[in-house]
Write a protein that binds this ligand. Structure first.
Ligand SMILES: [Cu+2]
Length: 194
């Protein structure tokens, strides 16, 4: 089997030459956490993540209030309260044909949904009209949530030119995009209009 070693080395050396960088910057124009992601890249697809994400329902709230996942991720919706909760979304990024009702279930149970469409998923519970949350389904694995000051970092982005999009709950569904070229490190600042 010794003859296999050189080809493995050649493969590793080729992999090491893929250049990647970090995008860092700031989202301004809206308070609190924003979501930043690289939009769909023409001709490029990504394998669906195998790891599930968790959206809890606890204390009559969606926890976390804002969850970002990569397209293709299954989200486990769990009821952690002593009352029954429902989960539904009327649309994804305004597309009502992607709306869905998960049903209603008691404490300790969970149901999963695989998000194959990228976009903004506004979550509600029809038992408790005050409950609201968001899942942002990123078209690529390159996404981040800002800190409360709007600062973000997206690591391990292959060199290239991309459309970088920001979303904030205050934007009522509107997003703002800029073009960013990654060649090593890159800076991108996005101002959300009101
Ligand atoms: Cu509820």
């Amino acid at each position: 089997m010794k003859h296999l070693v050189p080809s493995v080395l050649v493969f590793l050396m080729a992999a090491a030459t893929v250049q990647a960088g970090t995008i860092h910057g700031k989202v301004s124009g809206a308070k609190g956490e924003s979501v930043v992601y690289i939009d769909a890249i023409p001709g490029k697809t990504f394998p669906a993540p195998t790891q599930h994400a968790l959206m809890d329902q606890k204390g009559l709230m969606f926890m976390p209030h804002l969850l970002v996942v990569e397209k293709g991720t299954s989200v486990d919706f769990r009821n952690n309260d002593s009352v029954e909760h429902n989960v539904f979304w009327p649309s994804i990024s305004g597309n009502k044909s992607l709306g869905h009702n998960m049903g209603t279930w008691p404490r300790g149970q969970q149901r999963s949904f695989k998000f194959d469409s990228a976009g903004v998923v506004p979550l509600f519970c029809n038992v408790h009209p005050d409950m609201a949350g968001y899942i942002i389904v990123s078209p690529t694995p390159y996404f981040a949530t800002t800190n409360s000051a709007g600062m973000f970092t997206i690591e391990n982005v292959p060199n290239g030119t991309y459309k970088l999009t920001a979303w904030n709950e205050a934007g009522k569904g509107k997003t703002q995009s800029v073009q960013v070229t990654v060649s090593g490190d890159a800076e991108a600042n996005i101002t959300l209009s009101k």
